[in-house]
Write a protein that binds this ligand. Structure first.
Ligand code: PLP
Length: 283
């Protein structure tokens, strides 16, 4: 498993950054994660675009170009020899004295790594997954994929302790927005519903794939956050993410969703998503 750092490719464990890197001190940076299938990163363009957008939104200087990032990813994948992998890309505001305000021209630190992911061993497809509801203690800009991830860590740990796959964030008004690393969809009366893009959620690449599939498959989709009430009464629920793909949610807080099994429309989307991935591989 290899990493790109400071224009070099090295084994991940040998990659080192200075302790005053603002990523280490402040969590001052952004990241993205893509999935590699058969040596080809799925939707790499969308992941690079999101990383660069997030970097611009935190006013990072010296953001690598799309072409540079594509080249680095290619080199890294080539060198690693991995065919099914997780691709991690991170940009931080580089090393500087510890002050909130940053020097104008601190060059960004770019770190990219690839790690093996096993494919085809998806034990959740048949059984579905479970989730718990947790309070959304994040900030007001969840559309920025910041490396400040304490809420995700704390809530992810809570899900782990509860023995479930995901923690879903709800706000004080009883709206449920997304999971710690997934977007949430409901099927209610034959139509889809998911939270709209905006500062409350990270706009997922998989979410976008699913919205495109919905159009192709002829499902309407309402862009509105789910209420907790809707969550309890939905016919089906599923979560989406780069590593999660599409997984049926069969219980929330221990209460069964719909029939308590992965729903038939969810299965339709799982199959359509698999085909989408396969189609891209053939292109
Ligand atoms: N929501 C959050 C908070 C995430 O961190 C992620 C991905 O990591 C997602 C949604 C899903 O995004 P994507 O489909 O691009 O992986």
């Amino acid at each position: 498993e290899l990493a790109y750092l400071n224009e070099m490719i090295v084994p991940v464990d040998e990659a080192k950054v200075p302790v005053r890197d603002r990523g280490f001190i402040f969590g001052d940076g952004v990241y993205d994660v893509a999935r590699v299938y058969d040596v080809r990163p799925h939707r790499l363009g969308a992941h690079i675009e999101r990383l660069r957008r997030c970097a611009r939104q935190i006013e990072l200087c010296d953001i690598p170009s799309e072409a540079d990032l594509e080249r680095i990813v290619d080199e890294l994948l080539d060198a690693s020899g991995l065919s099914d992998a997780m691709l991690y890309m991170q940009l931080t505001r580089g090393a500087a004295p510890r002050k909130s305000a940053y020097p104008a021209e601190t060059p960004a630190t770019l770190f990219v790594s690839v790690e093996r992911v096993r494919r085809g061993a998806d034990k959740f497809r048949d059984t579905g997954v479970e989730a718990i509801l947790v309070e959304d203690i994040r900030w007001d800009r969840n559309d920025i994929k910041s490396i400040n991830l304490l809420p995700k860590v704390l809530m992810g740990q809570r899900a782990h302790k509860a023995g479930v796959y995901e923690a879903l964030y709800h706000d004080a008004d009883g709206h449920v927005w997304e999971g710690t690393s997934t977007n949430l969809f409901a099927i209610i009366d034959g139509a889809l519903q998911t939270a709209p893009e905006g500062p409350r959620i990270l706009s997922g690449t998989t979410r976008r794939d699913v919205l495109e599939l919905a159009e192709r498959l002829g499902y309407d989709c309402e862009l509105r956050p789910l209420t907790e009430e809707q969550l309890r009464s939905a016919d089906e629920l599923f979560v989406t993410g780069t590593l999660t793909e599409v997984q049926g949610l069969v219980a929330v807080d221990g209460t069964a969703v719909g029939s308590g099994e992965v729903g038939s429309i969810t299965r339709e989307f799982q199959e359509a998503y698999d085909e989408l991935v396969e189609d891209r591989l053939r292109q």
